[in-house]
Write a protein that binds this ligand. Sequence first.
Ligand SMILES: Nc1ncnc2c1ncn2[C@@H]1O[C@H](COP(=O)(O)OP(=O)(O)OP(=O)(O)O)[C@@H](O)[C@H]1O
Ligand SMILES: Cc1ncc(CO)c(N)n1
Length: 265
Amino acid sequence: MTVARTRVALTIGSSDSGGGAGIQGDIKAMASVGCYAATVLVGVTAQNTTGVTGRFTVPVDFVVAQLDTVLADIGVDAVKVGMTWSAAHVEVVAQKLSTAGVPVVVDPVMVTAAGASLAGDDIVGEVRRRLFPVATVMTPNRAEAELLTGIPGAPPRELAERLVALGARAAVVTCGGADGGEWFADGAGAFAVPRPGHRTGAEHGAGCAHSALVTALLAHGLSTRDAVVRATELAADGVRDGLVTVGRGVHPVDLLALGHRSPPV
Ligand SMILES: Nc1ncnc2c1ncn2[C@@H]1O[C@H](COP(=O)(O)OP(=O)(O)OP(=O)(O)O)[C@@H](O)[C@H]1O
Ligand SMILES: Cc1ncc(CO)c(N)n1
């Protein structure tokens, strides 16, 4: 009997001690579509559903050590880059990924949907210079897309098209919230990405889940367009099924249907 090869997705980003977003959210989202998740930590946040109270950065050399060690043994079918902290981290990650030969999803985590800053000021130019060229697809939220393009207030379609004009192979600008409004663009054109809207108040980690799902679906061999469309639906399901009893702020999404599982007896 031949055993099907397990697809491996790698996420490079930061820990969310609250468990809903960041690396922890990525592992769950990737697992929800049958991908094994390897992880390279760039930073650690002290965070819960109400906000970030502290941050600790992993030294660049140790990011490289994690990356080299994973690649040397496990190998990867696709990579996600999430919160990267500093220009020096972006530079080294981009350099490593330029020779990886697998799809790369860049979620340029810089601002939360609530407007809280999650990165150093020097990072915008470095993301544009270094990560755009290695990205198969960029997945910023609207605020991040405005920062990266330098056109505040522009509609999501224009932002997605502008990101492609600036050198990204493809981009999906997420909007969050019940009203949605996501747009995708690549060299061949642009389209609105449909999804239902939910008002559960469980959106913490939605953006991380979205880009992690895109990554995992690319690891399974889907095209970029199909991966984005499906990931957007699945992330919305995660908000619909979100864990409204966890935390007192923005509750976490649930991609693993934890709310429907019973304890083993
Ligand atoms: N209220 C909602 N109803 C349905 N789907 C949602 C909702 N909010 C978010 N989503 C899903 O999550 C995806 C990402 O959302 P969003 O733009 O809020 O990410 P983000 O701002 O990067 O999130 P975060 O910083 O919390 O990780 C959306 O494209 C959509 O699929
Ligand atoms: C660690 C981490 N990465 C990403 C996000 C974006 O949601 C977050 N809140 N925390």
